[in-house]
Design a protein around this ligand. Structure first.
Ligand SMILES: Nc1ncnc2c1ncn2[C@@H]1O[C@H](COP(=O)(O)OP(=O)(O)O)[C@@H](O)[C@H]1O
Ligand SMILES: [Mg+2]
Length: 193
């Protein structure tokens, strides 16, 4: 049985807020994967175009597996690229999903430029994080949770309840924003200029 509980999702879906609430609710250790990689110097270089470090994914994955092996209890890992983790140490992957128009507002409030907003909202529309997780972990480990109309505390509570079997929701991918957006709404996010 895996020791890692993953909180995943596109930027703005609520990983940081939910995983911190979940950690304080459960007492489990929390690793924020991107920040952890930088703190440990697990990078291979700097991407000038993106203005961010390139993470050494293999080294990072190995470190997380080692931590899981040495840990008595669960470890929460928050990340937008769960697929780098070794499936044998991963128990469940909670993919936070957010309605594209709500996500757009959250990313706008970060002051992000249009290109970066559209890139990330489109990733959410297409369900990229869930899909990538699916290919590595299989449907039975993936739980999608809609954070559009709830609070981080409510989402963390639901995750904790699923972990302790107090709440039963079936695993799998079922949120499809393409089917709820009009063509006009969709077109807002198609430009990458
Ligand atoms: N139900 C919810 N769950 C998580 N975050 C939410 C929720 N509702 C609103 N938010 C807000 O969404 C914003 C983005 O959350 P954050 O945790 O920074 O996301 P991420 O770490 O995935 O980029 C925060 O301002 C957070 O308070
Ligand atoms: Mg975050």
């Amino acid at each position: 049985m895996g020791k890692i509980i993953v909180v995943a999702g596109v930027p703005g879906t609520g990983k940081t807020s939910v995983s911190r609430e979940l950690a304080s609710l459960t007492g489990f250790q929390l690793i924020e994967l991107g920040r952890y990689a930088l703190e440990r110097g697990l990078v291979t270089g700097f991407d000038d175009e993106r203005g961010s470090y390139v993470i050494d994914e293999d080294a990072l994955s190995r470190e997380v597996s080692m931590l899981a092996g040495n840990s008595e209890g669960y470890i929460i890992v928050s990340t937008h690229y769960p697929e780098i983790l070794d499936p044998s140490v991963v128990e469940k992957v909670f993919v936070l999903r957010t309605h594209p128009l709500v996500l757009e507002k959250r990313l706008e409030s970060r002051g992000w430029d249009r290109r970066k907003i559209n890139e990330n909202v489109m990733a959410e529309i297409l369900g990229v994080v869930s899909y990538n997780a699916l290919t590595v972990f299989g449907e039975e480990k993936i739980y999608e949770i809609d954070t559009s109309n709830t609070t981080p505390g409510e989402v963390a509570g639901l995750v904790a309840d699923i972990l302790s079997n107090k709440a039963v929701i079936p695993p799998g991918i079922r949120i499809d924003w393409l089917s709820v957006l009009s063509a006009e709404e969709l077109s807002r996010f198609e430009s990458y200029e």
